[in-house]
Design a protein around this ligand. Structure first.
Ligand code: ADP
Length: 477
């Protein structure tokens, strides 16, 4: 049995802006099921509903001092449904804000302090709780300093694993924050935490962790290249075999049409009638005609350049022309939001967008759509295409990263296909996949076969959690 401490800036259901939160709760839960002792530590943001999630104060608190500043952090705790222990660190001046990282107008200017204090607090927490995990598993740039502090100040107390959920988010700050985050100037060089004159939190994690993982084998290969490496491909190549891709699983307790309480009707592969009801309700919820007969394409995601919404906006008129309806849920960059809202205004009978973050609606889109669109420029893993397959909703994806790894194209493998892929990132290639989708929709038997194959796919966490355990064992050998 291993003792594992996960450090993550978001953990579902407490806090979430993207797939990281799902992984940071589902992986620890899967490890708990495998019999390991697992704790997850995360900030207690003001937006977390303490009553709803059973978050209680423990009465413990401790001071953390970095660069001459001292903050007092209070220890709260809660449990995930399968019993994984979650520690939430409260500190009004660092985390007493509604958002996790910033507002629509930009990131909080003190994010370097917020996440440096959080990372340093992990070690104080271990002392306070008298725990000494064998492995610290960190996630993304927000906890990139944990492996650095472990190596520099704690004599490699624990083995460390850093998982990169998205290499494009690196936590870059000006050089003058180096003393504020408690780092010595000696490591402010290209072999250490420097990145073209700035401090790079993710790079700190890449340099000082024992092992690096990312969330699909496909993305693990891609990030070693200049095209997808976001300037860190050299550092990653330098780590050689220490970089591995382990595909994310998904939490079917949350995402299964058989049991989902957030959708109007439950269904499974043996009886899809509930899916029809979900489709009608979804069209109604989006203000479209519930008796609409053409294919319904769903989209859920952060409205960021990564997700290819510009490509979506480009093909929307043609998709409408083909007789489709499109329902879109997302929040994010203002320019992308406006682009999408504008398309919805232009085609009010076929396109409807909700600019919001709404978990229930995300579930209802998965259940009520016929196809799910993910034209991402790059995609480390992607969860929605995996959810889609379980909900009998056929994914149409750009063949990249985790999308390439999880979706089988029906033209490339007619007997095994679970979705449609386009390889070149262009409106033309995307349109070709959309035309193929619309023809598939017209062929009910073929459509049904693809739906059923998708619903039969199993991306549960067990296999991936086993791969992480093997990796943890390597870090403590
Ligand atoms: P990323 O982590 O890059 O945002 P993923 O596909 O890995 O992308 O995970 C996205 C997760 O966030 C999914 O669970 C998805 O349903 C959810 N999500 C994204 N945007 C929204 C939104 N506007 N409303 C509800 N859920 C959302």
């Amino acid at each position: 049995m291993l003792d594992i401490l996960h450090c993550s800036s978001e953990v579902a259901p407490f806090s979430k802006t993207g797939g990281l939160a799902d992984v940071a709760s589902a992986l620890p839960e899967a490890l708990t099921r495998l019999g390991h002792k697992v704790t997850v530590v995360t900030p207690l943001y003001a937006s977390i509903d303490r009553d709803k999630h059973g978050v209680r104060p423990t009465g413990r608190s401790f001071d953390v001092t970095l660069g001459g500043r001292t903050r007092n952090l209070e220890v709260f705790e809660a449990h995930l449904p399968q019993g994984t222990h979650v520690v939430l660190l409260g500190c009004e001046s660092l985390f007493g804000r509604e958002e996790l990282y910033g507002t629509r107008d930009g990131d909080y200017p003190d994010n370097h302090l917020r996440f440096a204090f959080f990372s340093a607090a992990v070690f104080r927490l271990m002392r306070s709780l008298r725990i000494r995990p064998s492995v610290l598993h960190c996630h993304d740039w927000q906890t990139g300093l944990v492996p650095a502090y472990n190596r520099l100040f704690h004599l490699d107390l624990c083995g460390t694993v850093l998982t990169v959920h998205n290499l494009a988010y690196q936590g870059l700050f000006p050089a003058d924050v180096v003393p504020d985050i408690g780092l010595p100037w000696e490591i402010f060089n290209p072999e250490g935490v420097e990145f073209y004159g700035n401090v790079n939190f993710l790079k700190a994690g890449l340099v000082y962790s024992d092992r690096i993982t990312t969330v699909s084998p496909g993305y693990a290969g891609e990030i070693l290249t200049e095209q997808f490496g976001c300037g860190l491909d050299g550092v990653l190549r330098g780590r050689g075999k220490d970089v591995v891709g382990i595909l994310n699983g998904v939490d079917y307790q949350q995402w299964s049409p058989l049991t989902d309480k957030l959708i109007p009707d439950n269904y499974g592969p043996d009886d899809l009638s509930g899916k029809k009801a979900c489709r009608q309700a979804l069209l109604g919820e989006f203000g479209l005609e519930p008796s609409f007969e053409g294919p319904v394409f769903g989209v859920v995601g952060r409205l960021a350049a990564q997700k290819g919404f510009d490509l979506l906006a480009e093909v929307l008129p043609d998709l409408v022309e083909m007789g489709a309806a499109v329902v879109i849920l997302g929040t994010g960059e203002r320019a992308v939001e406006e682009n999408i809202s504008e398309a919805a205004r232009r085609f009010p009978r076929n396109v409807s967008a909700r600019i919001a973050y709404d978990n229930g609606l995300a579930h209802r889109i998965e259940a009520g759509s016929d196809f799910f669109l993910m034209p991402s420029r790059y995609e480390p893993c992607g969860l929605n295409q995996i959810y889609s397959m379980k909900y009998g909703t056929i994914p149409v994806v750009h063949a990249v990263g985790g999308l390439e790894d999880t979706v089988i194209d029906i033209k490339e493998e007619p007997e095994r296909g679970t979705g449609l892929k386009f390889r070149e990132f262009s409106a033309e290639a995307f349109l070709d996949a959309l035309r193929r989708s619309v023809s598939l929709y017209a062929d009910k038997r073929a459509m049904d076969a693809v739906i059923r194959r998708g619903m039969d796919m199993d991306f549960s966490w067990e296999a991936s959690a086993g791969a992480y355990v093997d990796l943890y064992e390597q870090t403590i050998d």
